[in-house]
Design a protein around this ligand. Structure first.
Ligand code: ADP
Ligand code: MG
Length: 367
C-alpha cells in the first residue's frame, strides 16, 4: 500500500502509526462493528469527533478494510492551506496556471486515484472550494487549474470534522448539498472521557509501542498511576494520552510508571486562559468553564447552563425559594416557575390537577 500524507502531519513525526488498535470500551466496540459494516462499501463517510479521538486512524482503518486497500490512501488537512493553495493542491495545476506554477502538478484527487482521499478538517474548506469539490464528486472528474481537459477519477472520499457541520451550515459557512454528499454514512467518535474503558488498554498499548521503540524492557503501571489516568478528563483525548505515556516513559524509574510520573495538564484551558490575563477571578473561572462547554458543544447549551445555575443556587439556599430568588436577582414567581420546569420543585399535586379555567372560577367565586 502506498502511504501518502500531504502535508506531513506534525504528529506523525512523533506518534506511532498505529497498526494495532484499541477498541475496548463498549462504545468503541459498537463503533468498530459499524465501521466494519460500512468499510467495504463505496459510501462516503463523515467522521465526527474532537481532536485526538482517532479520526485519521479510523479513516485508515476503513481504507484497509475496503476493496481499495491496495490503492493509495491520501490524507489532507483542509485547514492547513490558504484558499488558492488548497485549490491547486486538491485539483492540481498545469505549468503557468498561476505565478509560481513552474511545472504541472497532479492534485490530491489524482494522487488518490484508485484509492481513498481523506479530507481532514473539512469544515475549514473555503466556500468557493466547497462548490468545486461538490462538482468533482458529482461528475467524478477533475480539471487541473489552467487546463481544459477533464480527467476521470475513481476516488472514495472520507471526510472528518471536529465541529458540528450542521451549525456551520446554519451559519452559512458550509454548503448543505456538499454536507449530504459527504455524509452518506457518519461515524461519531466519542471523546475519551466518555469511553473510560479504553483508557488503560490504550495506555498499555502506548507503553508497549514506545518502550519497544525506546529499547526498554517491560514497563508496568502502578495502581496509583492507573487511578490517575482513569480519573483524568483527557481534553486532548487519545493524542494527549499518547503524549503523556511517552513522556512518562522518559522520566520514570526502571520498570514502573508511578502516579507522579504522569504529567497531566489541562492544556486547552491554560491556552485559552492566557490572553485573559491573571487567572483566578470568578469571571476567569467562569470563562474557562464556558470555553470548555463551547468546545464540547452539548447542543442545548443555554438551557444546560441555566439549569445548572438554578440547581446550584437552590441547593446553596437550602431549597428556600425566596432566598434563591434574592440570590439570583429574580422575582419569586419566575424562580418558582423555572424550578418547576426543571423538575426541582414538585407542584402541590391537588392544585396542579385543577384545570386552569376551573381554578380561576374558584378564585373569582371566593373574591
Ligand atoms: N483506537 C485506537 N487505538 C490505538 N491508537 C489510537 C486509536 N485511536 C487513535 N489512536 C492514536 O491516537 C493518536 C491520535 O489519533 P488521530 O487519528 O490522529 O486523531 P484525530 O485525527 O481525531 O485528531 C494517533 O497517534 C493514533 O494512532
Ligand atoms: Mg487528525
Amino acid at each position: 500500500m502506498q502511504l501518502l500524507t500531504l502535508p506531513p502531519s506534525p504528529s506523525l513525526a512523533t506518534s506511532i502509526r498505529a497498526t494495532a488498535q484499541v477498541f475496548e470500551d463498549p462504545r468503541s466496540q459498537a463503533l468498530l462493528a459499524h465501521l466494519q459494516q460500512v468499510a467495504p462499501s463505496e459510501a462516503s463517510v463523515l467522521i465526527i469527533g474532537e481532536t485526538g479521538t482517532g479520526k485519521e486512524l479510523v479513516a485508515r482503518h476503513i481504507h484497509d478494510l475496503s476493496g481499495r486497500r491496495n490503492g493509495p490512501f491520501v490524507a489532507v488537512n483542509c485547514g492547513a492551506f490558504s484558499e488558492s493553495l488548497v485549490e491547486a493542491e486538491l485539483f492540481g495545476h498545469e505549468k503557468g496556471a498561476f505565478t509560481g506554477a513552474l511545472a504541472a502538478k497532479a492534485g490530491w484527487f489524482e494522487e488518490a486515484n484508485g484509492g481513498t482521499l481523506f479530507l481532514d478538517e473539512i469544515g475549514d474548506l473555503p466556500l468557493p472550494i466547497q462548490v468545486k469539490l461538490l462538482r468533482v464528486l458529482q461528475e467524478r472528474e477533475v480539471v487541473r487549474l489552467g487546463s481544459r481537459k477533464s480527467l476521470p477519477i475513481n476516488v472514495r472520499v472520507l471526510a472528518a470534522t471536529n465541529v458540528q457541520l450542521e451549525k456551520a451550515i446554519n451559519a452559512g459557512h458550509f454548503r448543505e448539498d456538499l454536507y449530504y454528499r459527504l455524509n452518506v454514512v457518519s461515524l461519531r467518535l466519542h471523546p475519551l472521557r466518555d469511553r473510560p474503558g479504553d483508557i488503560l488498554p490504550l495506555a498499555r498499548h502506548f507503553i508497549r509501542s514506545y518502550s519497544e521503540r525506546l529499547g526498554y524492557g517491560a514497563v508496568e503501571l502502578s495502581a496509583g498511576a492507573q487511578a490517575k489516568l482513569v480519573d483524568y478528563a483527557w481534553p486532548g483525548n487519545i493524542r494527549e494520552l499518547e503524549n503523556v505515556i511517552h513522556h512518562s516513559l522518559l522520566t520514570c524509574a526502571a520498570g514502573v510508571i508511578h502516579a507522579q510520573d504522569l504529567r497531566l495538564s489541562n492544556l486547552r484551558l491554560e491556552r485559552q486562559h492566557t490572553p485573559a490575563g491573571t487567572g483566578n477571578t470568578v469571571e476567569d473561572l467562569l470563562q474557562q468553564a464556558f470555553s470548555r462547554l463551547y468546545e464540547e458543544q452539548p447542543g442545548d447549551l443555554y438551557e444546560k447552563v441555566e439549569q445548572a445555575l438554578l440547581r446550584s443556587a437552590y441547593q446553596f439556599c437550602h431549597y428556600n425559594q425566596v432566598h434563591t430568588a434574592q440570590l439570583l436577582g429574580l422575582s419569586r414567581n419566575v424562580t418558582r416557575t423555572r424550578l418547576i420546569a426543571i423538575g426541582e420543585l414538585v407542584v402541590n399535586k391537588r392544585r396542579a390537577e385543577v384545570p386552569p379555567a376551573l381554578d380561576s372560577r374558584v378564585v373569582r367565586l371566593s373574591i
